[in-house]
Write a protein that binds this ligand. Structure first.
Ligand code: COA
Length: 260
């Protein structure tokens, strides 16, 4: 598939996906949503890829939904309008459910759906100076399809304040509320992202996929409800080829075969 809205680079097990529509500050239109969803799905299935990094070309990470596109929705039929919203929801779900860890490299601004994208990624690292905001209500809209990821990431208290005010906030605040894991000077951003990527590359690829699925299973659920499932999962993973290799490598004081 020829990509018009994205740029894709892959090297040494790391795929870098760049939102590449800088003239509209990487705002999501239908084509970008479709392309990103497809690329995330393809990378999830690609055994040569172990970590995915998402960043933005140009001045900002992502200005959220394309407001011209949103405006045009009023002229669409309800079916088409629903379908487009469904595509957007599927995109965030594809990132969250991807078997590969997804790291967000955030600079400039992450607003509306752009901040939602940050919340849907597994780990986000931001440059100091980045402006964040769930600005939808100030546009007469709501952050609907991103809200589960936002509440899951920053909790209900911060979500109530930031979604209801729609106010912009800085990278330090984004760090304090857990939307991003680090806020660093912009010149250190790539090194900080690489630090997280290198840490992820220490993990067994299958264990990473299982760990992501585990996190989705247990999120917000009482331990008793997931007890049987968690027992089943560890029993199966520790007996797997990768689990056995990891345990042998530790006991034999060598690196496991997935560490280059
Ligand atoms: N949808 C469509 N176009 C957008 C856009 C969006 N979400 N965000 C920016 N653009 C367009 C602008 O209209 C402008 O187009 P023009 O060159 O034809 O005038 C161009 O991108 C550059 O935007 P500008 O505001 O001049 O850039 P900036 O670098 O000064 O500021 C932002 C960048 C992201 C801080 C600012 O554009 C902004 O606040 N955008 C709105 C973000 C938002 O609230 N999104 C929520 C969507 S629900």
């Amino acid at each position: 598939m020829k990509l018009e809205r994205l740029e894709l680079e892959a090297e040494d097990g790391v795929a870098r996906v760049w939102l590449n529509r800088p003239e509209t500050r990487n705002a999501f239109d239908g084509l970008m949503v479709t392309e990103l969803r497809k690329v995330v799905g393809d990378l999830g299935a690609d055994t040569s890829v172990r970590v995915v990094v998402v960043g933005g070309r140009g001045k900002v990470f992502c200005a959220g939904a394309d407001l011209e596109w949103m405006k045009a929705m009023a002229t669409f039929g309800r079916e088409d309008n629903l379908r487009e919203a469904g595509e957007m929801a599927e995109l965030f779900s594809a990132i969250s459910a991807s078997p590969k860890p997804v790291v967000a490299r955030v600079h400039g601004a992450a607003l509306g759906g752009g901040a939602g994208l940050v919340a849907a990624c597994d780990i986000a690292v931001a440059a100091l100076g980045t402006r964040f905001g769930f600005t939808e209500v100030r546009l007469g809209l709501i952050p609907a399809v991103i809200s589960p990821y936002v509440v899951g990431r920053i909790g209900e208290s911060a979500a109530r304040e930031l979604i209801l005010t729609g106010e912009r906030f800085d990278a330090t605040r984004a760090h304090e509320i857990g939307l991003v894991r680090a806020a660093v000077p912009v010149e250190d951003l790539d090194a900080a992202v690489d630090d997280r990527v290198q840490a992820l590359l220490q993990a067994g690829p299958r264990a990473l996929a299982e760990a992501k699925a585990l996190l989705r299973l247990v999120a917000g659920r009482p331990a008793e409800d997931v007890r049987a499932d968690t027992i089943e999962r560890i029993a199966s993973v520790r007996a797997s080829a990768e689990g056995q290799e990891g345990l042998r490598a530790f006991l034999e004081k060598r690196k496991p075969d997935w560490v280059g």
